[in-house]
Design a protein around this ligand. Structure first.
Ligand code: PA5
Length: 432
């Protein structure tokens, strides 16, 4: 389903992938640890088998509540941050029709609680004055500052507007602990549970992602099916370095890291993948960046950023490699029109589809960055952007992330460093 192309990776990397016995051995150990669930943080491996275990009843219940929310919303406000936000946004941006404004029964989604901007939330509250809306608040811990403040403001607004919050708020949180759980129980909000053994950034295929995506009318069954199929192919006891894209990806990024490439730049040539890369950045950054180790996950959108970061990528410091997400097909057909006067000089591509022009931009860029620029470039070939493929991609990068973290020798399922800013912020805010 998803292929890894090494044509622009450079001969040295391809040779190293065959001969790096030390890294291969570490990847093999990581495979065993993932397969046997015996590595660090393995009590957070609930997401590994979850897609295959989601019951039809559970999906039906999510879809029913979602249909009810759709029917009464022009706007659906989704509150959450980090792993309680980015997965939904990645899938939404990949699959929702572009430039579609919301209407009753087909709501637009607006995110909140993913930053602390006063102007953002003030403007949102004003916007909601004139809209029919519902809220979904997502926080596993139930104590995260950004979503908690946004939810306090939004639920106050909603209750004032409608006189009651009945049937307009869904909470997605831990089954027992946390302020959000207590509040949801007290107020009687419909609640979905995030399993204990699934961490935030691995939670998109739990109600965290499934409920909001269902409200948007996205085919969550197909999303889950894609993940299950991918699980069947990547979840094996030993890596197949010759044929498996997942094993190759984990191997090559760890080889490059040990050779001094400290950053992985993931790029797309279709803006629908912008938030997929944001999600990937969070997944890999929080999973691997610890103990003074880990590739820095960065992102770029081409051809847009070829007119900004492109100069650096071509000729700046050589401390990174590039991973391309390459889409094989587009849903629509649009040809460059012929112009009699050829005033803009574009007749050389007249009659060509835009996707053809884009594919040549991609090939030209891969050549420039790898051959002339000396940047190893690897390409994931993605057949199309539909719900099933997106589910498969999510599972692919989650599993590869666990494997890669274990290869690196860290716990890919905790995030102790995130506490540092909170501690200082709370102190500065005078929290007791
Ligand atoms: O991956 C993670 O665990 C984090 O990014 C969390 O998702 C994020 O901090 C939000 O946490 P919570 O859902 O508890 O509000």
């Amino acid at each position: 389903m998803i292929k890894l192309d090494l044509n622009y990776a450079g001969d040295a990397l391809v040779a190293d992938m065959a001969s790096s016995n030390e890294v291969r051995a570490d990847v093999e150990r990581a495979y065993t640890e993932m397969y046997e669930k015996s590595g660090q943080g393995s009590d957070f491996l609930g997401w590994v088998d979850l897609p295959a275990e989601i019951s039809a009843e559970h999906l039906a219940d999510i879809k029913q509540t979602a249909a009810d929310f759709r029917a009464k919303s022009e706007v659906f406000v989704c509150i959450g941050i980090g792993g309680s936000y980015l997965g939904t946004r990645a899938v939404e941006e990949a699959l929702k029709p572009m430039f579609a404004s919301g209407s009753l029964g087909n709501p637009e989604i607006i995110y909140a609680g993913h930053q602390l901007s006063e102007d953002y939330l003030s403007s949102l509250l004003k916007y909601l004055d004139g809209k029919e809306y519902t809220i979904c608040v997502i926080s596993k811990s139930g104590t995260t500052t950004e979503p908690a403040i946004a939810f306090r403001l939004l639920r106050t607004h909603l209750t004032k507007k409608y006189g009651t919050a009945d049937g307009r708020i869904v909470a997605i949180t831990d089954c027992k602990r946390g302020a959000l759980k207590n509040l949801a129980t007290k107020e009687g909000y419909k609640t979905y549970i995030i399993p204990d053994n699934v961490g935030g950034r691995y939670s998109v295929l739990t109600p965290v992602g499934l409920f909001p995506l269902a409200v948007l009318g996205i085919d969550i069954e197909a999303l889950v099916r894609g993940a299950v199929e991918m699980r069947d192919s990547v979840r094996v006891a030993r890596p197949d370095f010759e044929n498996c894209a997942c094993a190759k990806y984990v191997l090559l990024r760890n080889i490059l890291y040990r050779q001094g490439k400290k950053m992985e730049l993931m790029v797309q040539y279709d803006p629908r993948l912008f938030y997929f890369i944001e999600w990937w950045k969070q997944l890999y950054g929080e999973s691997e960046g610890k103990e003074n180790k880990g590739l820095f996950p960065a992102g770029a959108g081409f051809t847009t950023d070829l007119h900004s970061l492109g100069q650096y990528i071509q000729q700046g410091e050589r401390f990174f490699f590039e991973t391309v997400l390459s889409l094989d097909s587009q849903e629509h057909t649009l040809e460059v029109p012929f112009a009699e006067d050829d005033a803009d000089g574009m007749n050389f591509v007249a009659g060509r589809r835009l996707s053809y022009v884009n594919s040549k931009a991609e090939a030209g860029t891969c050549m420039a960055h790898s051959i002339e620029g000396g940047v190893p470039v690897v390409r994931f070939e993605i057949p199309r952007l539909d719900a099933k493929t997106t589910g498969a991609l999510i599972y692919f990068f989650e599993y590869a992330c666990g494997l890669s973290g274990y290869t690196l020798g860290v716990n890919p399922f905790d995030q102790p460093g995130v506490e540092a800013y909170k501690k200082n912020m709370f102190k500065l805010l005078g929290k007791q």
